[in-house]
Each structure stands twice: as C-alpha cells, then as structure tokens.
Design a protein around this ligand. Structure first.
Ligand code: DP6
Length: 330
C-alpha cells in the first residue's frame, strides 16, 4: 500500500439531513431524506493513512482510543475488503482538524471525507468521486457532501443497495459571493449525538414523517433558487428546512433541544437586521450554534450585530470551499 494524505473541508447543510432509512443494511448509513449543502473553506480535516506495524489512530496529536478508533478501523476494514481477499495491512491513521475553536461545526463530515479519500488512495483503489462520496457516507451521512466543493446535493434514493444515494456538485458558487457567519453560543460538546438523535426522532417524533415527506420539494426548490442566484428565496428554504428539522427534534421523546437562549437571541438579531435590508438567513444543526447565510458585502455587518448579543462566545466568517484532495507517496 501507499502513504496518502487527504484534505477535506467541512460543509453546512442548507437543506438538512435528519433521519436514516430503516429498511436497509445499517452499514450503508442511508439517509431517509436528501440534503443540500455548501462546502466551507478554512474548516478542514487533514488525514494521513500509512502502513504500520499495528493499527493506531492519532487525532489532533493524541492517541484516540475507544469508539472513534473503532469506527475508523471498521471503516478501513470494509474499504480494504471491498477489493481484497487478504487481511488488511495494519495502518497508522493521523488526523488533524483545522476547525477554529469558534466553528462549533461537526468534524465528522470533513473527517470521514478525508478518511475515505486517504484510505482509498493508500489502498490503491481507483475510485470515482461518486463512489468515494458513497464510502464517505457510510462513515457519516454529511461526509458524502464534503467530497465536493461549493454547493452539493445528496439525493436519498430508493435502491436497496444505496446505489442511487449519490452526491453531486451543483454549479453556482463560483459567481455568487456568499458567506456563512458562524456564531458560537456556547462551548463544550453537544448533549445528543446526531446518529442517536436521528434514531430517536424516527422512533418517537410525530412530525418525523412530515419532515421526510417534505424533503424532496425543499431540495428541488433550493436547487432552483441557486440556479436563479436568488438569496431571499434560497434563504427562505434554508430557514424552513432548519426549523422543520428542529421542530421534529423537539417533538422527539424525550425532547432533543439543542438551542440555548443565545441561539434564539441571535436568530432574532438576524431577523431584525433583515427588516433593515441586511439579508442574512439562519440555520442550526445538532448544537446551539447559529450559522447565517449572506452575501459577502453583508457578512461583517451581520457578524458585528451577532458579536453584540449576550451569550455569544465567538463569531467567524467562512467562504465557500473546495472539494477533497489527496497526495500520495510511495
Ligand atoms: C444536523 O452526518 O453527523 O448536521 O450519518 O449519523 O454520522 P451520521 O450523521 P451526521 O448528521 C448531520 C446532521 C445535521 C444536518 C446535516 O448536516 O445535514
């Protein structure tokens, strides 16, 4: 095998993924809903996979044991076995997250996109980008989107084997100066992880089916708004998708409530700015941080307003970013 170092950038869903298909092989990690995202610059994971005398996973300079390590090597086992009958060579996996402390963005998207890309090259598997994206998805649903830069649409598909659950890049980001203002409202880890939260919502939230049923129209509408470079239209869909997802989360038993008082205060600040003609559109994921989609010209003004909100810890600006890349050495 080779030594391969991959870089993958984080992404933020504009149309959200929350929920997995129940009727299929769980290892495929197939989403119940499609999603549409923007890949971000600056926020990235760099991962090296190299042959070693024993398996070891070093994350941000420290030996990572337990579940993260198990997930990484279970993933590499399956990746290797997809093309070989022989036992997988032992591997040293080194991963560094370049996520500003304020980002509050999950590293699983960039993490599994980087691992899939580095692993495939290290094992000398000649994979197309759609195939790489499907492998990244098996690690984490949102990672499927981080294989590509700019806007990315991931359709849920209906096939048993997940063959039509494929991410694809959408044109539009090159000539549209968008920014994402990332507002961190608290520090520390999230109370309920995405994977377990999604399962609980599927099992108990009375709004889950409505959430699933309205996903495809949201995806199509968001794609059309991107094609038209229509930010108010896109922003309306972004907020609707976000609040539907959070309504579904909150109606889960027991409730999944990611919001902090400062999250709501930031949302209201962004909406007040909109009344004054500064157009930002909010979204939130499985955590209390608020991310605001806006034009580059409005980003500083929105960031300044958010910094003034009590409870806000830090604010960062992100531009659209590129797809995953890899360097291979002997
Ligand atoms: C709320 O991709 O972290 O950020 O597939 O279980 O690893 P797994 O889930 P993950 O979920 C992301 C959920 C979200 C919305 C999104 O990114 O689309």
């Amino acid at each position: 095998m080779k030594t391969a170092t991959a870089t993958a950038h984080s992404n933020i869903a504009l149309v959200k993924y929350w929920g997995k298909r129940a009727d299929v092989d769980r290892n495929l990690n197939l989403p119940a809903v499609g999603s549409l995202s923007m890949t971000l610059d600056g926020l990235r994971t760099v991962t090296t996979v190299a042959e070693a005398s024993e398996d070891a996973f070093v994350l941000d300079g420290a030996q990572a044991g337990g579940k993260p390590e198990q997930k990484v090597f279970a993933f590499l086992d399956r990746l290797w076995a997809s093309a070989h009958d022989t036992p997988r060579p032992r591997c040293a996996v080194t991963s560094v997250n370049h996520l500003p402390t304020a980002a509050g963005l999950a590293s699983s998207a960039s993490g599994f996109a980087a691992l899939a890309t580095a692993g495939a090259s290290a094992f000398e598997l000649d994979m197309s980008l759609p195939t790489l994206s499907q492998w990244a998805r098996m690690g984490s649903g949102s990672a499927a989107r981080s294989i590509y830069g700019g806007f990315v649409r991931l359709d849920a598909g209906t096939a048993e084997d997940g063959s039509d659950c494929v991410a694809r890049p959408l044109p539009g980001v090159e000539d549209w100066p968008l920014r994402l203002v990332v507002v961190q409202t608290t520090r520390g880890s999230k109370p309920v992880g995405s994977t377990e939260g999604m399962q609980a919502s599927r099992d108990t939230s009375p709004y889950y089916q409505a959430w699933v049923d309205t996903s495809i129209p949201d995806l199509d509408a968001a794609q059309a708004a991107i094609e038209a470079r229509d930010l108010p239209r896109l922003g309306g869909i972004v907020e609707h998708s976000c609040f539907k997802m959070h309504a579904c989360m909150m109606a889960t038993v027991p409730p999944i409530m990611y919001w902090k008082p400062a999250s709501l205060a930031v949302i209201q600040t962004v909406w007040a700015a909109r009344q004054e003609g500064v157009h930002g559109y909010v979204t939130m994921d499985a955590g209390p941080h608020v991310k605001i989609l806006c034009l580059a010209d409005d980003a500083e003004s929105i960031a300044a307003r958010c910094r003034a909100v009590p409870g806000v810890e830090e604010v960062n600006l992100c531009a659209p970013g590129p797809g995953a890349s890899v360097e291979v050495s002997a």
